[in-house]
Structures are given as C-alpha cells and as structure tokens.
Design a protein around this ligand. Structure first.
Ligand SMILES: Nc1ncnc2c1ncn2[C@@H]1O[C@H](COP(=O)(O)OP(=O)(O)OP(=O)(O)O)[C@@H](O)[C@H]1O
Ligand SMILES: [Mg+2]
Length: 449
C-alpha cells in the first residue's frame, strides 16, 4: 500500500508534515503556494472575495502574482474529509488536462492549512445559473445547452475512457459543472474521485455524493463503477434540457421527480414537453428528445443498459442511433429510501422548510425526526442509526444496506446491529455485488438536489 493510499484510508488522522511533504514531492504539475501568498491574493481571505462554500469549506476569488484569477478552496478545519481527500484531489488531477475539466494550479499545505488553487471560472456553476438565480443572467439557448451537454460528456468520457487507470468522479452534479467566459463547461471537484485499478470493481466504504444524482446501487450497496457517474450524468442531462432540478418538493406530488416525469412523458411519446419552456420553442425537437432519451438510458436500473460515456458522446452527435426499445423505466434512489412516502405524509414539517427544494441526506445518529431541518431551506434526509424505517439500527454503527423490496421499511432492522437490506427483487447485476458482503455505508451521503 502506498503512502498515499495509507493517508487516504486514515481519513480522520492528520498525517505528519513530513508524510505530506514526501507524498507531494512525487506530484508534478502542481505549484506549491505559501499561505502568505494566498492571503495576499485573496485580500486576507476577505468576505468580499468569498465566492461560495461547499462541503469542503469556503472558496475565494484570488488574483495571483502573475495577474491570473484563481479560485482558492480552503479546506475547512472541521472538515471530516480532511487531508486524505485533499491529497486525493491533488493526485487525481495534477496530470490531467482537458478542455472540459477544471485546471488545478496548485496547493498549499502549510501547517494546518490545506488549500487548493484552481483556474477561476467566470460564470459560476450550472446550479447557480441554469438551475439557480442566475446572477450573470446567462441565456441558455439551445446551442448553449447542446454544447454544455456535449462538453460535460466529453470531459467525463476522458476521465472514464482515456485516463489510465480510469477515474470515477463520484460527484457529478450541477454545482460541479462550472462555466467559462464563453460558457464552455468544466467539470470540477475531483476530490471524490479515485483511481481504480483496471479489472477491478471498486467498492467503496465511503459513499459521498448527491442524493438526486446518486446511482442507487452506489448509494445503497456502495457499489462504485463508472456506471455510477453515468447515472449522475443522465440526471444532469435531463436537468440541462428541462431547466429543472432533479427533485423539487415544492411541486405537486407526481411532478416532484424529474426522472419520473421524463419517463411518463417518454411513455406517452410526449418527451418534447419536458424541454425548458423558456426556450420558447427555439430548439431542435428531434435533438432535444435524443438528449433526453440519453438521460433516460444513463439512469437505467440495469447497469449494462447504461451506455458508456464515449457512446453517449456519439449518441449526442448523432453518430450512434438510440434504440428506443432499450429505454426502460429509470431507477430512482427515492424509490428505495421511502422519501416519496415521507414527502407525501409529512412534507413541510419533516423534510424541512417549505421553501426548500433540495434534498440532502446525511448518515447520522438521529431518529426519523432528523430527516428534516427546520431551519434550512434545503431538505436534509439523514440516514438514521436509530430509526427502524431508515438505514440504521439502534445499536449498530455499521450500516449495511442491500436493496430490498423498495420499501423504506425493508431497509431497517431494529433487532440487528447492522442493517442489512438484501437485494430481493432486484437483479444481481444491477444492484448487488454478491461477493462484497460488507458494503458499508459508513459515512455521509452528502447531497444537494
Ligand atoms: N474554479 C472555480 N471558479 C469559480 N468558482 C468556483 C470555482 N470552484 C468553485 N467555485 C464556486 O464556489 C462555490 C463552492 O464550490 P464548492 O465546490 O466548494 O461547493 P459545491 O460544488 O457547491 O458543493 P460540493 O462541496 O458538494 O462540491 C460554488 O458556488 C462554485 O460555483
Ligand atoms: Mg463543487
């Protein structure tokens, strides 16, 4: 086991300075910044320069000494992800360059500081713009959406099919798609990506991602393959074409889940009705439906039916035809987590404020009440260790979930120390890693719908 892996496994232990230095000495193409340099570049990390805050910590706009703008991501001291993931991110992307991937300039690992310095992207993320309040007032015309879908597909195809060993991003979502000045999409945040050796299906003990984008087999069984990214990408494509978030609990029941809507419209041969009304009909209907169908294909229950990213690119460009007969009902994690049932029963008081449309799931030690956050505008669902209807048991700290009968009840076991939901109705190829008996969902499912 390399030192690097060793560091990653010891997520919560801070490695010594010399360990970090030794590890970094083997990484090329990344400039080491001093903390002082970054303080100067960000005006002492001033509030005015803060451009956002994600799960890792705040992000600041900075002007480097060479005059270039940069995004400085400061790992929060509280962050449980810590050094392991920090080094993962550096290691993953230091050698990788592609038009549709965010460029890492460098990092700072002075004392307790863990900071990443990226190329600054002017036009925020798709979550802020297309799906958010759009501060830059960007017009997402049909050609722009086409270019964004194709660009993200190419970036991901590069990670999956060209980089050796391939890289699973693990957190493809709208907030991780940043837009350059000319709206070229750039995939950001490789902190969750891991190199996996060829011929191996990597089963992670740590599940991180975003609920609405999470492939159920990854969220539930921790079964991580390239197909998990492809699932997330499929959700993203449908969001881009429709201009809607994957989950919106403010909508009436039956309209809250975008993939479900897409499937229903597809069945009625009315898929074109999902295309963003703000385009005012200015789009190529055949092409838009093709993109939506690719989204449906990418989110199939059966992993083998999800196309590779290279195939997706060819489908987008029309080089490869889509066989409509292969499109079956997409699978949603909410089918398994009982979210819909709860949404129906308890919408505002249990899932958070009525203004929230996002769903965040965190594994926690809370009871079913903890599914909601009364203060946040986001909906936070916590997989519980104390609720028999959720993931956890009252005594166990390990949560083993195997897909069961698609009912929330089936996920919980109040008697066992581990919660095991076994894949009963599902085909082994789509969900289960029958050999991996300990696919533990032991840490946070972070999400943002
Ligand atoms: N390279 C960059 N250029 C410009 N803005 C950036 C850059 N990287 C991040 N941002 C902005 O900083 C904010 C926080 O990003 P960050 O990646 O930390 O969180 P996130 O993507 O919203 O959530 P998560 O932690 O789940 O990835 C986002 O609004 C994003 O648009
Ligand atoms: Mg991000």
């Amino acid at each position: 086991m390399t030192l690097f892996r060793f560091l990653c496994c010891r997520k919560l232990d801070a490695p010594s300075k010399s360990e970090v230095e030794e590890e970094l000495s083997g990484i090329h193409n990344v400039r080491l910044f001093t903390y002082k340099e970054l303080r100067n570049a960000t005006d002492d990390f001033s509030y005015a320069n803060k451009i956002g805050e994600g799960g890792f910590g705040p992000v600041y706009k900075a002007r480097l000494r060479n005059g270039k703008l940069a995004a400085v991501k400061v790992l929060s001291a509280k962050s449980s992800q810590g050094v392991g993931e920090f080094l993962t991110e550096i290691k993953m992307i230091s050698d990788i360059e592609h038009e549709n991937l965010v460029k890492l300039y460098g990092c700072c690992v002075e004392n307790d500081h863990r900071i990443l310095i990226y190329n600054y992207l002017e036009n925020n993320s798709l979550a802020d713009t297309l799906l958010g309040n759009n501060p830059n007032n960007i017009q997402f015309s049909w050609p722009t959406r086409y270019r964004i879908c194709l660009g993200v597909a190419r970036g991901l195809a590069f990670l999956h099919d060209e980089v050796q060993p391939h890289i699973i991003h693990r957190d493809i979502k709208a907030s991780n798609i940043l837009l350059d000045t000319d709206l070229t999409p750039k995939i950001s945040d490789f902190g969750l990506a891991k190199l996996i050796p060829p011929n191996m299906t990597h089963v992670s003990t740590r599940v991180a991602g975003t609920l609405g984008y999470l492939a159920p087999e990854y969220a539930i069984n921790g079964r991580l393959t390239l197909k998990a990214d492809i699932y997330s990408f499929g959700v993203l494509v449908v969001e881009i074409i429709s201009g809607r978030k994957n989950t919106n609990t403010r909508l009436p029941l039956g309209e809250q889940y975008l993939l479900e809507n897409a499937w229903e419209l597809h069945e009625r041969r009315e898929l074109v009705g999902l295309v963003d009304a703000s385009l005012n009909g200015n789009f190529d209907a055949e092409m838009a439906c093709r993109f939506l169908k690719v989204g449906l294909l990418c989110t199939q229950d059966n992993l083998r039916h999800r196309p590779s990213m290279s195939t997706v690119v060819r489908m987008f460009t029309g080089e490869q035809q889509i066989d409509d007969k292969k499109i079956k009902k997409p699978v949603l994690i909410s089918d398994f987590m009982g979210i819909k049932a709860r949404t129906a029963q308890k919408s505002s008081e249990s899932y958070g404020s009525s203004s929230g449309s996002d769903i965040k799931a965190r594994s926690a030690q809370k009871s079913s009440e903890s599914y909601g956050s009364s203060s946040g505008s986001d909906i936070k669902a916590r997989s519980a260790q104390k609720s028999s209807e959720s993931y956890g048991s009252s005594s166990g700290s390990d949560i083993k979930a195997r897909s069961a009968q698609k009912s929330s009840e089936s996920y919980g076991s109040s008697s066992g120390s581990d919660i095991k939901a076994r894949s009963a109705q599902k085909s082994s190829e789509s969900y289960a890693s029958s050999s991996g008996s300990d696919n533990r969902i032991a840490s946070t499912i972070r999400s943002e719908g």
